[in-house]
Design a protein around this ligand. Sequence first.
Ligand code: PLP
Length: 270
Amino acid sequence: MIAQYPSYQQLYDWPKTLGAQVDYWHIKEENNWLPQIEELRRLVKSNTKLICLNNAAQPTGAIMSPKFLSEVVEIARSVDAYILCDEVYLPLDEETPYSPIADLYEKGISTNSISKTYSVPGIRVGWVATQDRDLCNEFRKIRDYTLICTGVFDDAVASLVLKHKDKVLERARKIVKSNLSILKEWVENEPLVSMVYPNAVSVSFVKFEELDPTKTEDFAIQLLREKGVLIIPGNRFDLPGYARIGYCTDETTLRQGLKLLSEFLREYQV
Ligand SMILES: Cc1ncc(COP(=O)(O)O)c(C=O)c1O
């Protein structure tokens, strides 16, 4: 199989655990954190069974457009491979062109849940969508052996959330929109960082311009200890020198956290 890399670790380490040979399709900062189609053409083999994507991507928030995905579909179709796309970070605005892979490809598998875009991570409900009915039956069998069924309470809350999804998404949209503009203002006024901005999703990935990349984890731990600010060091995504910033907290906390991060960027290594 071929996996977009780095992204959500489970998407390539689970198949490895199950014995699959996994080739990485690398994302590139200079390409707005997207991988390149030419590289996929080089990676794909006649025995490729699966191409695994994450759209929008963790940790960068990068989105593959329907046009980009249609090129991936064409490559997958040429070797009859499935495409599995983890879509938990659906973009929140309507302007960003977006399409679930299950709509674009007869062997496309979309996975999603209510934990990210719908902001209800405590309720453990997700779903799989595919046009392939035989595959759906395989999924049902596996679910019978693993979960049997969803918890009744989780099921009820998830149904309520999805029933009112317009209101839920409207709230999330407002938070992402206003907090992203605060984050952008900070990045533009902070010479020690830069960022390829995410598209209407709640994760962002910052680059520390002057930090020694080998110190990324130490920096994050010291930042937490000394300032109480939590970021995810990029080395944990195999991208040292960067960090994931979840910016969808309340406005006061976000502003205070960014201020403290700026302070610490100056204090560290002095
Ligand atoms: C890209 C991605 N996919 C899936 C998950 C897991 O989602 P859930 O909590 O709904 O199982 C996460 C959680 O961080 C994620 O970032």
